[in-house]
Design a protein around this ligand. Sequence first.
Ligand code: FRU
Length: 491
Amino acid sequence: MSEMLEKARKYEAEQGLQIKAEDRPAFHVSPYVGWMNDPNGFSCYQGEYHLFYQYNPYDTHWNSMHWGHVVSKDLLHWEYLPAALAPDEDYDKIGCFSGSAIELDDGRQLLIYTAVDQETLEDGTARDIQTQAVAVGDGKNYKKYEKNPVITGEDVPAGGSKVDFRDPKIWKDEDGFYYAVVANMMDDGNGRILLFRSTDAFQWQYVCVLDHSDEKLGKMWECPDFYEVDGKHVLVVSPMAMMPDGLKFHVGHSVIYLTGTYDKKTHQFIREDVQPLDSGIDFYAPQSMLTPDGRRVMIAWMQAWPNSKFVPDGVKYFGQMTVPREINYRNGKLIQQPVREIENYRGEHVHYEDVEISDETVLNGVDGRVLDMTVKLKVTDEFKKFTIKLAADETYDSTITYDPVREVLSLDRSRSGYMYDILHTRDIQVKPADGEVTLRILMDRFSVEIFINDGSQTATMVLFTPQKADNISFAADGKAQISVEKYTLTF
Ligand code: FRU
């Protein structure tokens, strides 16, 4: 093991222990200590779920990317393993950037990641070089391949940058080949996704371009994922610098999914539609895996780059993952739901049917910060605005408001303990389904994830509200009718 990895492992084991359990989320993954961004290597290996993450143990800000590592038997209760990778080779000295993992036929686990090196140009300025490298291991310790890197700028077809070339996502297809999609910036700044293939996951050949942003869907695309679900092919990407489009796409870093057809012989992907993957405030760089029982499950970084520079004072870690979400495809849309294992953690239960809401109302037993609650709202012309206040007391609240005239759901977390003037609000177009808007609200100590209308839309945001602010209330401008089903989650 390199000195650098040994140092990181020692540091995280000492420092991680100093973070009290109650200062972490109850069931969302947070870094052992320091900084976390993208999920990496989300996969099943020898009967356990493995998740790695972009990791800087030494600081709550991004730097010197390592890979942190956690394992789980049920996707909700996670245990820390020692850091898996450190930027300890010449070819990755600037960082071990995002990538993925797979179990090889010989039983070893292979990690494929972006190795970042730096070169000095003639004018003396430095420039990053991104290549793809692999490491193999036993689920805990990994050895980088001596012939790294395995995919380089030489493999990038004409018109693309050798600098912005990253985030390989690997899978094995029915034809026995390993495939990987890799993000690449084009010379004009647009993003595109390259497909590579290999017989052994060590020697790779370029196949084709799957899709590109074409001046319309942002510039550089990051963190591609490509899979089939319920008979549909889906390419997920995280574009930088999106232009807004009404309330469909918001400006800046976004996550979108492109659905279409894919010919497994010619490798042609023909895009038919594009949708946002999560319309909240904090969601980026998702990655998915296929579980042994055939479910497509996705997890994402529950943050976004612009807000991530604003780290609350005094915290020892920064960054969380979303809850792992089951993905299906129905009626032209991806449907997201928290993994069904969450039901094993449901405790105390209250249920209210057809309650009329006008002035601010508290329902007995409907409170708390770690919970799974479904609110069904009948959409009528008898109210102009319906609001749910979460994580509330006299100082704090986080609100979800529905406007039935504009058919807009609004989030507002400006009173949620984040003491910075950053993005705190988001408006989302939400059409009622069968005359109702259904909100499944999954709360952990520091987050709210909303699964709208059976998960056909989602909205995610993080909070820093002190835990004692645990009231929930409902109010309507007029008369609204709701049903509420709430479970306390206990871990
Ligand atoms: C996305 C990203 C990736 C890169 C990683 C670096 O959030 O920018 O493209 O591999 O983060 O930490």
